[in-house]
Design a protein around this ligand. Structure first.
Ligand code: ARG
Length: 276
C-alpha cells in the first residue's frame, strides 16, 4: 500500500516537472568559437530520454545535444535548443516553426513521407525492460502482458504489430519516463524502448532491480537522423558536417564519452552510404 502510494507520488511529481519544463520553454543557446554573423536555428527536442536528451537542472544535455552542437559548429550555425515534448516535435517541424529536431528519432518510411532526414547518425534497436525476477525472455512472452511504451514511437509500433493495434494491453505514455514509472508502480510488466535508454536506466538504477532483454529476431536495427521540414535547404549543409565529424574522430569521441565504448562505425557508414 505504502509502496503504491509512493509510486503514485513519484509519478505525479514527474508529470509536474515535465509539464513545468514544457511551459517554461527551457532553452539553451549554445556557443563556442566566433558566433558573430552565424544564423541561429531553432531546434526542438523531447528532453526526457536519457542519455540522449534530458534535463539537468534547467539545461538540456545528452549525447544527441553534444553531437548536434559539434555538427552545427562544423556547418557554421548557432543553435537555440528547446524542450517541447515528443508529439509537439513533429508539429513544430511540419509547420516549419522549428528548423531541426533531434530526439533519437528513428528514420523510417512513414516519417520520410512528411519530413526530411539527415544522414543516419546512430544505430539503435528496441529492447525490453523488465524486473529482474520477470519470466519474460523474448518479445513473444509479452503476449497477454501489459506493456508500457512512449506514444508514437517505434516501440509502440513494434507492440502494435506484436499484440495488435488498439490492444488495451499496450499502455501509451507522453514520455518514456512515465512508461518506466508505470512499470515500477506495478501497472505494466515491461517497457519497450530504445536500447540506449533502457540499458542506461537499468544500469543507473541498480536498486530498482531491473534487466534488459534483447530480441533481435523481433526488433529491427534502427538508425536515428536529424528531422527537418520537407524540402529544407539545411539538409545539404548538415549532411556534409555529419560526414566531417564522422571522419575527424569527433563522433567517436562523443560516443565514447556517453557510452564508454566504441560505436559500430562500419554499420553506420554503410547505412550512410545506402541513404544517399
Ligand atoms: N527511436 C524511437 C522513435 O523514433 C524513440 C525515440 C523517442 N525519443 C525521445 N526523445 N523520447 O520512435
Amino acid at each position: 500500500m505504502k509502496k503504491r502510494f509512493f509510486a503514485i507520488l513519484l509519478m505525479a511529481m514527474t508529470a509536474l516537472i515535465v509539464s513545468a519544463c514544457g511551459t517554461s520553454k527551457t532553452s539553451d543557446t549554445s556557443g563556442t568559437g566566433s558566433e558573430a554573423g552565424k544564423k541561429e536555428l531553432r531546434v526542438v527536442t523531447d528532453a526526457a530520454y536519457a542519455p540522449f536528451e534530458y534535463m539537468e537542472g534547467d539545461k538540456i544535455v545528452g549525447f544527441d545535444i553534444d553531437f548536434l552542437k559539434a555538427v552545427a559548429e562544423e556547418a557554421g550555425y548557432k543553435l537555440k535548443i528547446e524542450h517541447v515534448g515528443w508529439d509537439p516535435i513533429f508539429v513544430e517541424i511540419k509547420s516549419e516553426r522549428a528548423d531541426i529536431a533531434i530526439s533519437s528519432i528513428t528514420i523510417n518510411d512513414d516519417r520520410k513521407q512528411t519530413y526530411d532526414f539527415s544522414l543516419p547518425y546512430f544505430l539503435s534497436t528496441n529492447k525490453i525492460l523488465v524486473r529482474e525476477d520477470s519470466d519474460i525472455k523474448s518479445a513473444a512472452d509479452l503476449k497477454g502482458k501489459v506493456v508500457a511504451v512512449q506514444n508514437g514511437t517505434t516501440g509502440q509500433e513494434a507492440m502494435d504489430k506484436l499484440l495488435g493495434k488498439n490492444n488495451e494491453d499496450i499502455k501509451k505514455f507522453e514520455n518514456n519516463n512515465l512508461a518506466i514509472m508505470e512499470m515500477m508502480s506495478g501497472g505494466a510488466a515491461a517497457v519497450v524502448a530504445d536500447n540506449g535508454v533502457v540499458e542506461v536506466y537499468a544500469k543507473n538504477n541498480p536498486k530498482e532491480k531491473l534487466k534488459v532483454i534483447e530480441d533481435s529476431g523481433s526488433f529491427e536495427a534502427e538508425f536515428y537522423g536529424l528531422l527537418f521540414p520537407k524540402g529544407t535547404e539545411l539538409k545539404a549543409d548538415f549532411d556534409k558536417a555529419i560526414e566531417k565529424v564522422f571522419e575527424n574522430g569527433t563522433y567517436e569521441k562523443i560516443y565514447q564519452e556517453w557510452f564508454g565504448q566504441k560505436p559500430n562505425m562500419e554499420k553506420l557508414k554503410e547505412a550512410q552510404k545506402a541513404s544517399k
